[in-house]
Design a protein around this ligand. Structure first.
Ligand code: DGY
Length: 343
């Protein structure tokens, strides 16, 4: 396929780029001299009507995983030629419409892998050792003394860890599990020899994984086939005393089913960083002590977020210069190598 609107040389005119939020650090500098940036300065998403208005004269968009870039948004931007998503998951973007319009979508893989794996492990430890509950207890200010039965939790060291989705983040979680002397399992659509060699993890089916793992970590991208991948039936397969952690996307997990399962004590605890109707958290979950709830901060370290910004802006800058950014999620719109370049 030929690119319908090849980038125009920056020497001819600079691109108008909408950035939907202020990003940490000076991570947009690659666009200096190539683009005029309009950055939304409020601490919250651009209201829908305003977004439709603001994008209408833009050549490119840098958006967040929390921005819904659907067909209406894309079609209201007749000049739009590129989208850079500040995140590795891009389920917030209507890729079909973007591709139909010949618009490449760039994401930010690799740079947030370790930060997100750290956070997944923090959730594992918090849920297993009841850190949220214990901290809330202490802050209440009630008198307490050391007690043999105070906040008894579960062992992480030596437990079995099952990772659902063996991409880069899943692998990084398995590596951490190795350091904790855990028995490692994974499931995915295909077996991954490289991952097995690197981590010693054993490939099993999803049902097997759920029934043998003390700790289950969800690390699949959101797609039609992963929506509600874990529902009532799957939760019922989990071991007694087990823990479920989700740092991928909320809709991968049926949140209402999880609430019921947690009330029933299986899984025994959970840790969530993402939600089915983000930013809304199911009210019932907020009342439960056996779930640790975080506000989607998986990649929230300064260095990861800076690197994500640089990658998103760098891809737009490269595209303006007529190059082929590596991190294009729909590379078919760029056509064969020879067709890309400044005209
Ligand atoms: C991503 O990159 O997909 C993350 O969810 C953002 O932190």
């Amino acid at each position: 396929m030929t690119v319908t609107s090849l980038p125009v040389s920056a020497t001819k005119r600079s691109w108008k780029v909408l950035v939907t939020r202020q990003l940490p650090g000076n991570c947009l500098s690659d666009l200096d001299g190539l683009a005029d940036l309009e950055v939304w300065k409020e601490d919250g998403p651009i209201p829908r009507e305003m977004l439709l208005e603001m994008i209408s004269d833009k050549d490119a968009l840098i958006c967040l995983v929390s921005d819904k870039v659907d067909r209406e948004v894309i079609l209201s931007a007749p000049r739009l030629k590129a989208i850079g998503n500040f995140g590795v998951g891009y389920d917030n973007i209507d890729l079909v419409t973007a591709s139909e319009r010949g618009i490449p979508v760039f994401n930010t893989p690799n740079v947030l892998t370790e930060a997100t794996a750290d956070l997944a492990f923090a959730l594992i430890l918090s849920a297993a050792r009841r850190l949220g509950e214990a901290e809330r207890f202490l802050r209440k200010g009630d008198p307490w003394t050391w007690s043999p039965n105070l906040f008894l939790g579960r062992d992480v060291w030596g437990a079995s860890l099952g990772v659902v989705g063996a991409g880069k983040i899943g692998r990084a979680i398995l590596m951490r599990g190795k350091g904790f002397g855990m028995r490692l399992f994974y499931t995915d659509t295909t077996r991954r020899d490289d991952l097995e060699d690197g981590t010693g993890a054993k490939f099993v089916t999803l049902d097997e994984l759920l029934s043998i793992s003390d700790i289950v970590s969800l690390n699949v991208p959101l797609s039609v086939s992963t929506r509600h991948l874990i529902g009532e039936r799957e939760l019922s397969l989990m071991k007694e005393g087990s823990i479920l952690v989700n740092t991928s996307r909320g809709p991968v997990l049926d949140e209402a089913a999880l609430e019921r399962a947690l009330r029933g004590g299986r899984p025994a605890a959970a840790g969530l960083d993402v939600y089915e109707n983000e930013p809304i958290v199911l009210p019932g979950l907020l009342k439960l002590d056996n779930v640790v709830l975080l506000p989607h901060i998986g990649s929230a370290t300064l260095s990861a977020r800076r690197a994500m910004g640089r990658l998103a802006a760098g891809a737009i800058a490269a595209f303006i210069r007529g190059e082929r950014p590596m991190n294009t999620v729909n590379p078919n719109v760029l056509g064969p190598d020879k067709e890309v370049g400044l005209s």
